[in-house]
Design a protein around this ligand. Structure first.
Ligand SMILES: [Fe+2]
Ligand SMILES: [Fe+2]
Length: 273
């Protein structure tokens, strides 16, 4: 591979260090309780997930022979390190607000990841960063394109600013982990199958369960209307987990379509919104 997907599209993966103060974020910081607690559930999983992505990529760097791809991996690692640190801060605020299960959930997530790394074949482990990026970019795109659905009429707050900024960086480095997977000669078909058979159901189930915990704990699952709202949200958001798995098998696949490039340009992660 002479050029990486990102380089070919003229993408520069930059390291930025903005700061956010989560101390006065309201409980409903997006359009509804459902959207807010969905993002809170993802936030619970993000620090350990970013850590896993970073660890796997660090171990794969010696096998990456494309010098441009190496640079991009190192930039991605730095971006993800910042994301993990900021999500830990956000999660601390959630724990202080009474969502005390966060620490235990992270503990079990780490144990599950340790099990996967130990017992799954190398090709599967190499595909994990690309699988994680598949979901983060699906969710990021939705947040950036469907701002009315996610943000509604909420007043601007630090959590929203952080979400939009993080989504922009996820978009920016979306091609890197799949380029690494291909650099190791692994087949796109196995990647697509691992998404469909394993990661898609697991990610959806674990996220909705934790979202349910947040909703129940904040007394937003008390009436039939509450449950209907949650079911409606699940129906709306399921495609974020279950779409796009086969696109990786297309010959010459690159995520950088004209629409994606335009979305990234409009997002401008250099400026925190
Ligand atoms: Fe990230
Ligand atoms: Fe990422």
């Amino acid at each position: 591979m002479a050029l990486t997907s990102s380089h070919q599209a003229g993408i520069d993966i930059k390291v930025r260090k903005p700061s956010f103060d989560f101390t006065s974020v309201p409980e409903i910081w997006l359009s509804t309780a459902q959207t807010s607690h969905f993002m809170n559930a993802l936030s619970v999983f993000i620090p350990a997930t970013e850590r896993l992505v970073i660890d796997i990529l660090r171990r794969r760097i010696p096998g990456v022979h494309n010098p441009q791809l190496r640079v991009e991996v190192l930039q991605l690692i730095k971006q993800e390190g910042t994301h993990a640190r900021l999500h830990r801060l956000a999660n601390q605020q959630l724990a202080e607000a009474g969502f005390s299960a966060i620490e235990g959930l992270t503990h079990w997530q780490v144990k599950a990841f340790e099990f996967l790394i130990k017992f799954m074949p190398t090709s599967f482990v190499t595909s994990i960063p690309a699988a994680m990026e598949h979901f983060t970019v699906n969710i990021s795109r939705a947040v950036l394109i469907e701002q009315k659905y996610w943000q509604g009429n909420t007043e601007e707050n630090e959590a929203v600013r952080f979400l939009i900024w993080h989504a922009g960086e996820e978009l920016e480095h979306q091609a890197v982990c799949f380029d690494v997977y291909r650099e190791f000669g692994h087949k796109p078909l196995w990647f697509s199958l691992s998404l469909i058979l394993f990661w898609m159901p697991l990610s959806a189930l674990s996220t909705y369960l934790v979202q349910g915990y947040f909703l129940a704990k904040s007394r937003r699952l008390k009436t039939l209307t509450d449950w209907r709202r949650w079911a409606g949200f699940i129906g709306d958001s399921l495609p974020l987990f279950f779409s796009g798995a086969w696109k990786y098998c297309r010959k010459g696949y690159t995520p950088w379509t004209k629409d994606q490039l335009r979305l990234l340009q409009n997002t401008n992660s250099d400026k925190v919104p």
